[in-house]
Design a binder for this molecule. Structure first.
Ligand code: FES
Length: 119
């Protein structure tokens, strides 16, 4: 495993809750997302066919219910790929349909209002 470097991505106040910024860091396109005040970073490259994952909508999904209703949950915690709609958890990069498929995530450090991505 190679040592990680941290790269300045943005100021925290530039990314309101529910929003994202796209940055080019260490030659990679990276999406930095504010999910309820927590920051997560994903490679803007979908594991399906390399699409612009981070340019799709931030969304939720239907969640199990006891009475066979459609219940919407996990709002703002998922990203739907801009190309074909595969959905991934922003926090882990895990695919909703097949947890063995993961989008690449990066660690994030917020320090003095600066958001850094560990690559
Ligand atoms: S490239 Fe992302 S769903 Fe196909």
């Amino acid at each position: 495993m190679t040592a990680q470097e941290r790269f300045f991505a943005c100021r925290a106040e530039e990314v309101p809750e529910g929003e994202r910024v796209l940055c080019r860091l260490d030659g990679k396109s990276v999406g930095v997302f504010n999910v309820g005040g927590e920051f997560f970073a994903l490679h803007n490259r979908c594991p399906h066919k390399g699409g612009a994952l981070c340019e799709g909508p931030v969304t939720g999904t239907t969640v199990p219910s006891d009475d066979f209703d459609y219940v919407y949950g996990r709002a703002g915690r998922l990203i739907r790929c801009a190309w074909h709609g595969w959905e991934f958890e922003l926090e882990t990069g895990r695919s909703l349909v097949d947890p063995s498929i993961r989008a690449k995530t990066f660690g994030v450090v917020v320090e003095d209002g600066n958001v850094y991505v560990l690559i």
